[in-house]
Design a protein around this ligand. Sequence first.
Ligand SMILES: [Zn+2]
Length: 72
Amino acid sequence: MDMNSKRTVAGTWESDMVRLDLSNIHVREDLARAGRCANVHLATGRTCLLPLRHHGPCEFHNPQEADDILRR
Ligand SMILES: [Zn+2]
């Protein structure tokens, strides 16, 4: 039991780092279904409107532009 808990402490540190990274990016499901990248930059609330699996970095647009695309 003692040996197991030591291993858990080491593994927890690593998975916390991954979780921290994932928590910065969220995917809007409605935009993803519309074929968009849909990554949301949580700090600004902006969404990437480029096609799914686009090349290069995400381009984040404001929520109004995202809604306009969904209405088309
Ligand atoms: Zn993107």
